[in-house]
Design a protein. Sequence first.
Length: 249
Amino acid sequence: MKWLRLLAESARHRRSERSFVIEGVRLVSDALSSGAELRLALYAPEQLSSTPAGTALLNRLRQLPNCYPATPAAVAAAADTEQPQGVVAAVRWPELSPRPGLRLVLDAIQDPGNVGTLLRSAAAAGVGLVICAPGTVDPFNPKVARAAMGAHFLLPLRIWSWEMVSTELRSLTVYAADSTGKQPYYAVDWRQPAALIIGNEAHGLSSSARALAQHLIAIPMVGSIESLNAGVAGSIILFEALRQRMVKH
């Protein structure tokens, strides 16, 4: 219980252990289905057996090493949520190799919900690599893991310095979402090798991101709304890129 709590609370501990905490029937089931390495799991049999999905997970956990039955109170003490679903687990960081496709760079995005949303959208849109640049919340934070809903097990993900980001993007056309951008996001040819930078929720693009960006793009809007949530804005652009790649020309 103490190890799981420390893993949930400390980014430094997550990095040293190269593991993170997940909770809930669906997320743990998805992790197992993706082949993730379960390092430790605590589960409450009476809670899991109350639903068909929980029962199916319970039967799997009983067959695995390092998975231990516990009381609901013990599971709750190890969990990060106030009302856990009867299972909490530590999994090894997935080590997925970058794939062909769009590169998505998260520039000092602080809200775990936004990062989780962008990871899930990136996985659904076929992004080849997501890079968390300096200042971005730890993508293995439990709140990010819950919001991403299994995207960590499907998506190549890196935490890099700006120097490493620059090296990765040097042969790509780099676009950054910015409210001052003159080019609409849908006017970009996303079928070409490209990268997209999404900036901080409150302050926008960092100086390092602006230095890398070759084009600033914007989402046209009507009315008095000046900007969108970072997770929403990024998702809109990612799915336009997917749409273009799927349309036959």
